[in-house]
Design a protein around this ligand. Structure first.
Ligand code: ZN
Ligand code: FE
Length: 257
């Protein structure tokens, strides 16, 4: 029986720790200390470190964590992940903790960004998506195009309803405030925002999120919904084209205060 833990790190990152018996894997350790502390507290051996993309808030703890544990590091083959690491790309499979994790290429936030999908973790499927999909939002387009990011999000949105979406940041409340500006008449969104606000008031993570919920509330997965497309076009005057609408939505979010 695997157990999933979100370890708060840096300002608003999560390091995801997946534990099976006495072994564990860690995803995107932006710093080593929270992971080392959790491993010690739970008497776990770290066997694997999974990296979704090269940004420092996801890789800053890799070298120290590897040195302390001997864990094998996996990361996108085309990105500058701390060496030595095993390069992966869309279509690769990573074996860890006796589980198979499918690598999905999700360019957009960075050019080589990958996500790790575990269809059979004992309970519901798990998705480690780094800074591609956030609850209620998506990553900024630092290295990729809107068309690439839209295709990447489509790939993730096609995963099973009960997939647990393990995002790398606690951005949910800010994202939902923007989502409400885009879709003020979405009752599921309004209820979910209240639910997440109550979790945060208790100091609890809003993650993992359920993929079925994201499809119902996340405007970046809903750009083909008439209400979303109309709101974006009314805001930005962009053409009636799915990539243009997605690009304008991302731009709207960038400027939203
Ligand atoms: Zn990032
Ligand atoms: Fe990040």
């Amino acid at each position: 029986m695997v157990e999933l833990v979100a370890l708060p790190a840096l300002g608003d990152n999560y390091i995801w720790l997946l534990q099976d018996g006495a072994q564990a894997l860690a995803v995107d350790p932006g710093e080593a200390a929270p992971a080392l502390h959790a491993l010690r507290a739970r008497s776990l051996v770290l066997t694997s470190i999974l990296v979704t993309h090269h940004h420092a808030d996801h890789t800053g703890g890799v070298a120290q964590l590897r040195a302390a544990t001997g864990a094998q590091v996996f990361g996108p083959a085309t990105e500058p992940v701390p060496q030595p690491f095993t390069g992966v790309a869309g279509g690769s499979t990573v074996r860890a903790l006796g589980l198979s994790l499918q690598v999905i290429g999700v360019p957009g936030h960075t050019a080589g960004h990958v996500a790790y999908f575990c269809p059979d973790a004992g309970g519901s499927p798990l998705l480690f998506c780094g800074d591609t999909l956030f609850s209620g939002g998506c990553g900024r387009l630092f290295e990729g195009t809107p068309a690439q990011m839209l295709a990447s999000l489509d790939r993730l949105a096609a995963l099973p309803d009960n997939t647990q979406v393990c995002c790398a940041h606690e951005y949910t409340l800010a994202n939902l405030r923007f989502a409400r500006a885009v879709e003020p008449d979405n009752p599921t969104l309004l209820a979910y925002e209240q639910h997440c606000a109550a979790l945060r008031a208790q100091g609890l993570p809003t993650l993992p999120a359920r993929l079925e919920t994201e499809r119902a509330i996340n405007p970046f997965l809903r750009t083909r919904q008439p209400a979303v497309a109309q709101a974006v076009r009314a805001h930005s005057g962009c053409p009636d084209d799915e990539v243009a609408v997605f690009a304008a939505l991302r731009q709207w979010k960038n400027e939203f205060r």
